[in-house]
Design a protein around this ligand. Structure first.
Ligand code: UGA
Length: 450
């Protein structure tokens, strides 16, 4: 019987575990976090992801969860490494978890009856597979091709649609030393009938670089459109969404990831852009474009705070409501969320912060404790605040009306995602990326440079 071991049960590892087991493949899910394993043994996940628990339940009989990495749990045809690769304190990629897991695999390889295909799925800087992982696996007298195969297979799933992306990946990239090595994984993926399969074969290092190329390019698109939004903000009557829509009609561009907003967040883009910057410098290239993308992203918090100050003056003691704490909708993940950075920024200005989020309140409480106020009900934010800023485009927020906004003391509402279309002279409604509605003639007269 085909057996798979998946080490690291975050979004990537757990989505794969639940999907493969739902396909009746025996999966051993390994994670060093005991609490996580206990929850999984009871059918629950320690993070929210749509449909994940549904697939976990479906594949229940084919799953085993454990904290142990030994010859029994590793005795599989495929061993996926899906542990996290955060940044270290010098802003370089921290490969400690990947190395520790690989050491354990290496120590056990001789006692495994099968020759496992070791699949590196964690995001790693180019060269990690061949220069770091392979030598660790070769310790203890193990030989590539005889005792193991090593494949780099980056993952492109998005949080919030992790199950969908696991089942329907836009492409499967398989990096290995030759076609024979890669074929095992290729055949495995084909056998589980992933939808819309597109496969791309290359070497390990190129596969690793492809992952960074994708994330860095998507981050660049977002920073580009955010720059345009900031320009539009100052030109009466312009609408960044119309501009993005037409740009997207050009087949050379594609309209995806051109949604302007408060900046990109999450556990991937900020980390991966930074890791690629540090890596490029370490090999003698100064990646000025990527640094500008990153700089632009961090400055979006200032853009929002500047609008607040322009409208309200000094923000000391101002009660500011923030709607949406997760880095995007449909997740409770607040890692590198722009909302969290905005709260930190406004707390330094001594503002009072009142927040709402449909899923991410508990995670946020762990950071700010009693330093900010949390609202269960959306309406309460409006009753308690002087002004409000919509940060995350949750579906729930589409119902916000001008009647609700009038409850804010200053009647100022900033929509950073342009989720709402409101036209009411009694409120101050500012959409990031839509030029303020004064006449163009006045704008030209008031512009000193013209
Ligand atoms: C991202 C990539 O999209 C995945 O392909 C990749 O596998 C993943 O990183 C990873 O490396 O693990 P994710 O971080 O889950 O996925 O979220 P995205 O949907 O890409 O959004 C990232 C951030 O960009 C969010 O803060 C989102 O609000 C923002 N964003 C996205 C925009 O501001 N505008 C857009 O048009 C799109």
């Amino acid at each position: 019987m085909l057996k798979v071991t998946i080490i690291g049960l975050g979004f990537v590892g757990l989505s794969l575990t639940s999907f493969l087991s739902s396909k009746k493949i025996k999966v051993i899910g390994v994670d060093s976090n005991k609490q996580k394993i206990e929850l999984l043994k009871n059918g629950s996940s320690d993070f929210f992801e749509p449909d994940l628990e549904k697939y976990l339940r479906k594949g229940e009989k084919f799953q085993e969860f454990t904290t142990k990495i030994d010859h029994r749990t590793l005795d599989s045809n495929f061993i996926f490494i899906t542990v996290g690769t955060p940044l270290d304190n010098k802003n370089k990629i921290n490969l400690n978890s990947v190395k520790t897991v690989t050491e354990k695999i290496s120590q056990n390889l001789k006692e495994i009856s099968k020759k496992p295909n070791i699949i590196l799925k964690s995001t790693v800087v180019p060269g990690t597979g061949i220069d770091i992982i392979k030598p660790i696996l070769e310790k203890n007298g193990n030989i590539e091709g005889k005792d193991f195969e090593l494949i780099s297979n980056p993952e492109f799933l998005r949080e919030g649609s992790a199950m969908h992306d696991t089942i329907q990946p836009h492409v499967i990239v398989i990096g290995g030393r030759n076609h024979g090595t890669r074929k095992n994984l290729l055949d495995f993926y084909k056998s589980i009938n992933l939808k819309h399969q597109k496969y791309f074969e290359t070497n390990n290092t190129t596969a690793e670089m492809i992952k960074y190329a994708n994330n860095a390019f998507l981050a660049t698109k977002i920073s580009f459109i955010n720059s345009l939004a900031n320009i539009c903000q100052k030109i009466p009557g312009t609408d960044v969404d119309d501009i993005a829509k037409v740009m997207g009609m050009d087949p050379r561009i594609s309209g995806l990831f051109l949604k302007a907003g408060p900046g990109y967040g999450g556990s991937c883009f900020p980390k991966d852009v930074q890791a690629l910057i540090s890596f490029s410098k370490s090999i003698g290239y100064n990646p000025e474009l990527l640094e500008a993308v990153q700089d632009n992203n961090y400055k979006q918090v200032r853009t929002i705070s500047d609008i607040l100050e322009r409208q309200l003056g000094n923000l000391k003691d101002m009660k500011i409501g923030l709607l949406g704490l997760s880095f995007k909708e449909n997740t409770d993940d607040i890692r590198e969320s722009v909302s969290i950075r905005l709260i930190e920024h406004l707390l330094k200005k001594k503002s009072k912060i009142i927040v709402h989020d449909p899923k991410a309140i508990n995670n946020t409480k762990e950071i700010f404790l009693k330093r900010i106020m949390y609202c269960e009900k959306l309406e309460d934010v409006f009753k308690l605040s002087d002004c409000a800023v919509l940060m995350t485009p949750w579906e729930d927020y589409k119902k916000i009306s001008s009647k609700l906004i009038k409850k804010l003391q200053s009647k100022l509402f900033i929509d950073t995602r342009r989720l709402l279309k409101l036209n009411d002279k009694e409120i101050i409604f500012i959409s990031l990326g839509i030029g303020e509605n004064k006449s163009y003639d006045n704008f030209l007269k008031s512009s000193k440079k013209l």
